[in-house]
Write a protein that binds this ligand. Sequence first.
Ligand code: TXA
Ligand code: MG
Length: 291
Amino acid sequence: MNRLVDIEEAAALLSSGHLVAIPTETVYGLAARADDEAALRSVFEAKGRPTTHPLIVHLASAADLDAWAAEVPPSARRLADVLWPGPLTLVVKRSARVLDAVTGGRETVAVRVPRHPLALELIRRVGPLAAPSANVFGRVSPTTAAHVLSEPFARDVAVLDGGACEVGLESTIVDVTSTIPTLLRPGGVSVETIEDVLGAPIADGRDGESRAPGMMASHYAPRARVIALREGEGEGELVGRVARLVPRAETLYAELRRLDAEGVDVIVIELPSEEGLGLAIADRIRRAAGP
Ligand code: TXA
Ligand code: MG
């Protein structure tokens, strides 16, 4: 296939069980209808992703939360009301309608309302969409349609071009099934903002694989070797073509992909301070530098 489609065609393809790569404000997603078991299976196949790594379901509005969650705690309602549409994913107890193909058989489901107008329009037309980032498992997430078209599965999927992603990093994931909401993945909404909205601190649940499967140490990796430097730290002796990168959320992934395409051997990146979006940026740089 390997082609760009407009929203009409994207809606028709999704409705008939095909995959479409869609723009969101965070990164491009590889979307299937969340109620289409066969299409969901092809998402995992296209990405080469283990079926035990659950998908995020993208909803049209906060009002849809009740249909997908068996229980909506007050903290979840508050976060959804204030921060959706936006780069925040909530992990809630799943309702009966959620397919095992989405959750990998877990009792919880991850949901969010994206802020990109084309994504919202599509979801309104075809219903909730399950979508992981539109990259091969373990690689850097795509933030432009061109990035998606360079993925190995591109010939099998249509792409809806919505321009460069506004945020450029994946959504923040918060588990609201425990008494104290728990951060599973830092992302496009800062912890400070979430705590402001709740008026209380959240817990840090970033303990590797167990909570948000797929958050392993060497995720989001370019081909080049990445060296993450703390402020003031020296880079040591480096062999090969070396590039230095000043990270910004909106362009980090695009720059990693560009340097890979240029055949750079080593990318040296200084870690930002872990405040606001800096927490998510530093997290992704560390993973890109991981084993
Ligand atoms: O910004 C984003 O979140 C993008 C756009 C496309 O929405 N999506 C994205 O999806 O980053 P993906 O599949 O690359 O990452 C989803 C993460 C995975 O680490 C997965 O383990 C976690 O969400 N996740 C999904 N369902 C979960 C659940 N029920 N409990 C815990 N973690 C869950
Ligand atoms: Mg991903």
